[in-house]
Design a protein around this ligand. Structure first.
Ligand SMILES: Cc1ncc(COP(=O)(O)O)c(C=O)c1O
Length: 383
């Protein structure tokens, strides 16, 4: 029997104050990246135990420790990647970890941002006082990938950092080792840096494998990865992510950065992350199976009810990027909300100015996903 348990609507409303709590009753939420599943039992047990013991003090500070050891074990088992526990530094979340890494390690020069991009990261240039140069995937491109010629050009023109997200949200792509090697070659040629946001790494769907950028030869001197258990195990509100920093000098600079530059992380977040990384493999395997089934269901539903929708193969994440331009609505998410009572994420949040796209979260029950697509189809074809 699967370890994945669907939350009832009442449970989901309580568990997810943003996704469900912020959505009016009667509207089905399929927007923000949270899953409608109960937490894995080892995480719940560890949190119960910690609360009962009054674990509420400041978290332990520094690289490595039990969290580093737990992540290193997870990376070895899940990705076949060797990580030294001492490379692992806690941060509050992935968004802040990316900002912190750029802030401390990158030259004060433009950051290359592949677009469409995870929406909140579109402000990273502004917040870190750098220009942000988009590297845009054309919506008609068969495959979403980093154009190495363009990357070469942007780095030649003065950009010093590539923000790589892989697996990619919202592209739904897993990068192959050969692709990552191609990116490395261009980056190394220009002496630039990479910040690799790998929050979705545990969410690679059946048929694909995650390769960390840090697992590619010749990357340790110019790259950090930002990882977390929070997206795959449904604990983003507990606030604990990690920077993986193999380079000694970079690690020292991060550890010695003034504390006001980095937000602290949560002690209970550390508890949840260690439990997930140590005892979460069986639950995660069932999650991937479920998400693989949800992906097939979405493909069937789209073929039947929204046959003009275009979706590249979803290789990772539970976030489907769907091109609905053929239905003629500039903002299909708005139409779906108004006429279908379903809340999707609008494509233009991920690529300003892009019409006709949505991001649809499939991490729910088959029944809810079916209802989400029915309602969306009804709204788009009748509005
Ligand atoms: C690519 C990517 N990075 C970062 C985040 C946010 O992570 P956090 O909640 O740890 O800031 C998300 C959330 O969905 C994401 O998709």
């Amino acid at each position: 029997m699967s370890l994945i348990r669907d939350l009832t609507e009442a449970e989901a409303r309580r568990a997810m104050p943003m996704k469900w709590g912020g959505t009016e009753p009667g509207v089905l939420p399929a927007w923000v990246a949270e899953m409608d599943y109960a937490l894995a039992e080892p995480i719940t047990a560890a949190l119960h135990d910690a609360v009962a013991a009054g674990v509420a003090g400041y978290p332990w500070f520094g690289a490595g420790g039990p969290l580093g050891k737990a992540y290193a074990g997870f990376a070895q088992r899940q990705f076949g990647q060797r990580v030294d526990p001492g490379w692992v530094l806690p941060v509050v979340d992935v968004t802040a970890g990316v900002r912190f890494a750029i802030d401390v390690l990158s030259d004060p020069a433009p950051v290359v941002m592949p677009v469409p991009a995870y929406a909140p990261q579109l402000a990273i240039g502004e917040v870190t006082g750098r220009e942000q140069w988009p590297l845009t995937v054309h919506p008609d491109a068969e495959r979403a990938e980093i154009d190495l010629t363009q990357l070469d050009l942007l780095l030649a023109e003065g950009a010093r950092t590539l923000l790589l997200t892989q697996p990619h949200n919202p592209w739904g792509r897993v990068f192959s080792r050969a692709e990552l090697e191609g990116i490395r070659d261009v980056v190394v040629r220009h002496g630039a840096r990479v910040v690799s946001d790998e929050i979705h790494a545990p969410l690679v769907l059946p048929g694909r494998e995650h390769v960390s950028y840090l697992d590619v030869e010749g990357t340790h001197d110019h790259a950090v990865a930002v990882v977390a258990a929070s997206k795959a195990f449904g604990t983003p509100g507990l606030k604990c992510a990690q920077l993986v920093v193999p380079d000694d000098d970079a690690r020292t600079r991060l550890l010695e950065a003034p504390m006001v530059r980095n937000d602290s992380w949560s002690t209970l977040g550390v508890v949840a992350a260690i439990a997930a990384y140590t005892d979460g493999d069986a639950w995660l395997a069932d999650l991937r199976t479920r998400l693989g089934e949800q992906r097939s269901l979405l493909e069937q539903l789209l073929a039947e009810h929204l046959p003009l929708a275009r979706m590249r193969p979803l290789e990772a994440t539970y976030l489907a990027w769907i091109d609905l331009r053929a239905y003629g609505h500039g903002d299909p998410a708005e139409v779906a909300l108004e006429h279908g009572r379903v809340r999707l994420a609008a494509g233009h949040d991920y690529q300003p100015g892009l019409p006709g796209h949505v991001r649809l979260n499939i991490a729910t029950s088959p029944e809810r996903l079916t209802e989400v697509v029915h309602r969306t189809a009804h709204a788009l074809t009748r509005a």
